[in-house]
Design a protein around this ligand. Structure first.
Ligand code: URA
Length: 235
């Protein structure tokens, strides 16, 4: 039976001027606005809670994070690694696989070995770049992270980008593309051009795992990386 007084309201402060009681956050950083569940590329990123401007502090928060169910099945969080101050390129993948979950390092399995070759072909070293993922915990069965899982993890990625100040962002695959551009268009529609995320140039391309499955993606992916190289060469 609906309450004639309308929907339930938060309890009133016990004394004038006191703040209403809010349940403490269950995780390392405060809950999103009104406990909302952020979506891919949502404005939550811009308006979200302040996270530390320090990579080690951020990584410690990620290690302790229980914001989404992926924490329950992880062996290790995979924060990201690489050049910590204005890397030439920040590559963003989808989420850790089995090898990454086991080692706590991004892109160390088969897709990672191909990514290493792509980086070398660009005339760069892995240590010139930063490598991270949209979600920091392995989705079971390597499933694509749900918008809900990605949304909970995105503030960490956003903070990493803010602290690292990469010269270029490369979104590897659809999940990273959705997260970084906010567009739901797939890779085929988003690749082949330089976009911007704030003041950082951004290219979307195929995920190395997709290149391993479909050799026909290799040529367009190489064209995308050449866009990055040309832009880096020209300052
Ligand atoms: N695939 C990803 O998207 N990220 C990794 O770290 C490894 C494989």
């Amino acid at each position: 039976m609906p309450d004639a007084a309308g929907p339930a309201r938060p309890p009133l402060p016990s004394r004038p001027g006191a703040l209403p009681q809010v349940p403490p956050p269950r995780t390392g950083y405060p809950a999103g606005p009104q406990g909302s569940v952020p979506q891919y590329g949502a404005p939550f990123l811009e308006e979200g809670p302040a996270l530390p401007d320090d990579l080690d502090a951020l990584e410690a928060l990620v290690k302790a994070c229980t914001r989404c169910p992926l924490h329950a099945t992880r062996a290790n969080t995979v924060f990201g690694e690489g050049h910590r101050d204005r890397p030439a390129v920040m590559f963003v993948g989808e989420g850790p696989g089995a090898d990454e979950d086991r080692t706590g390092r991004p892109f160390v399995g088969a897709a990672g070995q191909l990514l290493d070759k792509m980086i070398a072909a660009m005339g760069l070293r892995r240590e010139d770049c930063y490598i991270a993922n949209v979600v920091k915990c392995r989705p079971p069965e390597n499933a694509t992270p749900t918008p809900d899982q990605a949304g909970h993890c995105l503030p960490y990625l956003e903070a990493q980008i803010r602290v690292l100040r990469p010269r270029f962002l490369v979104a590897l695959g659809a999940a990273a593309a959705h997260a970084l551009t906010g567009s739901q268009d797939g890779v085929a529609r988003q690749r082949g051009r330089v976009q911007r995320r704030g003041d950082i140039p951004l290219v979307v391309t195929y995920h190395p795992a997709a290149l391993l499955r479909n050799a026909e993606y290799k040529r367009p992916a190489w064209a995308d990386l050449q866009l990055v190289m040309a832009r880096l060469r020209n300052g």
